[in-house]
Design a protein around this ligand. Structure first.
Ligand code: GDP
Ligand code: MG
Length: 598
């Protein structure tokens, strides 16, 4: 395809503003699929993606569009992942485009993710066309949303396109705007050594790893030997093609084009998003800019409820990793929970998705320990270490400094919820850096320790704002803080699965809370059991579980016989899952419940 007939673009939007529906409309209008194939939203293919309305892997679709000028154009739509955990992938995806459609729900207006995404697009120098979607809704207020786009983002919204992806209104205007308002790709050099950006990769059971690429210089074709400039891997290309949206083989891909290749790459972990692909024999001098290695930022332990499921869990994680190299793990043994894995994730949503897939697709019953962030430590002997698991914390006397990751959080909310939100941020050790009002809404920025956000911050934010506040964050670096390891002792034995790092000022209240909760969760035994929270050797909170009453069912459940039987059955089943702590047995469920925050 001649370069001036190509448009590479992306759709950016806050969740639920209609990105997928609009993409489907564009595909349908350009005739890429039959009506039956259209029944399912094309771009969000995984079940969880569909249910949560987010895209986890980047997807692309090539559309053929005959414009009003009578010419045939190739439009490559690159669908970006829809969540902040995957913001690096989003940036690589946007880097492969020249323009973006900024979709804003005309009945809702600009939201936190709209801002985060549009700033990324502006950073990549993309041409942006604002699209006001859902104008069919009675609550749509086109003028208000145009004003927001101009006042908050600073983009000219006078030429914004009004659409209803639901009814099809305005779709042809969007297609024309893509051709007339977005620029074609920069003139690459087809004769120069190959330079292609690795946008994303996924695992296909038949083809193996499929790599999505954007060609900058040179030509990519079958039989060519290529080299990944960062990872150093070399491969022979089997096939190249485009997404129509079904995979369709082509001879070659040239400058400005977007497509895929297959080259007997074993796992997605062998590819690095943002890498530059070149020819082995005639390599490019310099890699494309912007490469960054993705690092997990949140860790948690995953343990099978039933120790017999350990091998199944390992196998399931291996399968998930085929398609998601950002998910990492190593084996972990916990006295409380048995054998399991310490897993690393890009963020909280990533953690939730993996956990959900393990239980749903592989039918595994899991216990997840409280999520924890990555701490950096400088030791007194000058060495630097990274701590992924509070249970592994070295002796305090050997630590000179502990640093924890901080984030810049952007919260965007109707102003009536502002008071409660400020209090929430303040309670989580937040530092306010910005507060501004735009038309009945408040934009607040806070610096917060990530550690305080991984515990249910997002859920609390949603509940105090009745779902209206939106939230986005980026990690800004590690800061030295007065952090201590809080240990929980049951009958004088420390319980590893309950160890955590907390700020010194919060240790006492957190310790008290854990002790109180455990007192209700651990079944009484024949003797008194002390439950303590301690920092180093010093006990800072204490509860005592009194000795067993005669009849376990008498107290909690009055007279209901069937309930009594259920309880007894449950206890029998629970026996297997008891963990011995010295003389004390603790049901696994107690750990799960104790770790839950509220
Ligand atoms: P995404 O999260 O941005 O991909 O949003 P979706 O495309 O999944 O749309 C979210 C919801 O809004 C779905 O229930 C859509 O049916 C609905 N929706 C999308 N576009 C329109 C529109 O133009 N009008 C109306 N009334 N609903 C729409
Ligand atoms: Mg979607």
């Amino acid at each position: 395809t001649p370069r001036d007939k190509i448009r590479n673009f992306s759709i950016i939007a806050h969740i639920d503003h209609g990105k997928s529906t609009l993409a489907d409309r564009l595909i349908q209008t350009c005739g890429g699929l039959t009506v039956r194939e259209m029944k399912e939203q094309v771009l969000d293919s995984m079940d969880i993606e569909k249910e949560r309305g987010i895209t986890i892997k980047a997807q692309t679709v090539r559309l053929s569009y005959k414009a009003n000028d009578g010419e045939e154009y190739v439009l490559n739509l690159m669908d970006t992942p829809g969540h902040v955990d995957f913001s690096y992938e989003v940036s690589r995806c946007l880097a492969a485009c020249e323009g973006a459609l900024l979709v804003v729900d005309a009945s809702q207006g600009v939201e936190a993710q709209t801002l985060a995404n549009v700033y990324q697009a502006i950073d990549q120098d993309l041409e942006i066309v604002p699209v006001l979607n859902k104008v069919d809704l009675p609550a749509a207020d086109v003028q208000r949303v145009k004003d927001q786009i101009e006042d908050i983002i600073g983009l000219d919204a006078s030429d914004a396109i009004e659409t209803s992806a639901k009814t099809g209104l305005g779709i042809s205007d969007v297609l024309e705007a893509i051709v007339t308002r977005l620029p074609p790709p920069d003139s690459g050099d087809a004769d120069a050594p190959l330079k292609a950006a690795l946008v994303d990769a996924y695992y296909d059971p038949y083809l193996g790893v499929v790599v999505i690429v954007r060609i900058h210089d040179g030509v990519l074709k079958a039989k060519q030997r290529i080299r990944m400039m960062r990872t150093g891997g070399t491969y022979e290309i089997d096939k190249v093609g485009t997404f129509n949206p079904k995979l369709t083989e082509v001879e070659s891909l040239g400058p400005g084009e977007v497509g895929y290749f297959v080259a007997s790459i074993k796992e997605v972990g062998d590819t690095a998003v943002g890498d530059t692909i070149t020819e082995e024999r005639r390599p490019a001098e310099k890699a494309l800019p912007g490469y960054k290695e993705v690092q997990p930022v949140v860790f948690c332990g995953l343990f099978p409820m039933d120790a017999g499921d350990f091998d199944d869990l390992r196998a399931a994680m291996g399968k998930l990793r085929l398609n998601d190299a950002s998910f990492t793990w190593e084996m972990e043994t916990s006295a409380a929970l048995g054998m399991g894995f310490r897993c690393g994730f890009l963020g909280l949503l990533h953690l939730e998705i993996i956990q959900e897939r393990l239980s749903r697709e592989f039918d595994l019953d899991l216990i997840a320990t409280a999520p924890s962030v990555v701490y950096e430590m400088t030791m007194t002997d000058g060495t630097e270490i990274e701590l992924h698991n509070p249970a592994d914390m070295p002796e305090v006397t050997k630590i000179k400094e502990i640093r924890e990751p901080w984030i810049n959080a952007t919260i965007y909310t109707p102003d009536e919820y502002l008071g409660a939100i400020l209090k929430l941020c303040q309670d989580r050790r937040g530092i306010q850096t910005e507060l501004s009002y735009v038309g009945g809404r408040a934009l607040v920025k806070y610096e917060l320790p990530l550690n305080e956000v991984v515990f249910d911050f997002y859920d609390r934010l949603k509940s105090i704002s009745r779902g209206y506040a939106s939230f986005d964050y980026e990690i800004v670096g590690h800061r030295a803080e007065n952090l201590v390891k809080l240990q929980i002792l049951v009958n004088d034995e420390p319980v590893d699965a309950l160890a955590m790092l907390v700020h010194r000022d919060r240790a006492e209240s957190r310790g008290r809370q854990m002790c109180e909760r455990l007192k209700d969760l651990i079944p009484r035994q024949m003797f008194k059991i002390p439950i303590q929270a301690a920092i180093g050797g010093k006990v800072i909170a204490r509860e005592t579980l009194s000795a067993l009453r005669k009849d376990v069912t008498a107290k909690c459940y009055g007279g209901d016989a069937s309930r009594k039987r259920k309880l007894l059955d449950k206890q029998a089943a629970g026996k297997k899952r008891m963990r011995q702590f010295g003389k004390v047995e603790i049901p696994q469920e107690a750990f799960v419940a104790a770790l839950r925050m509220d």
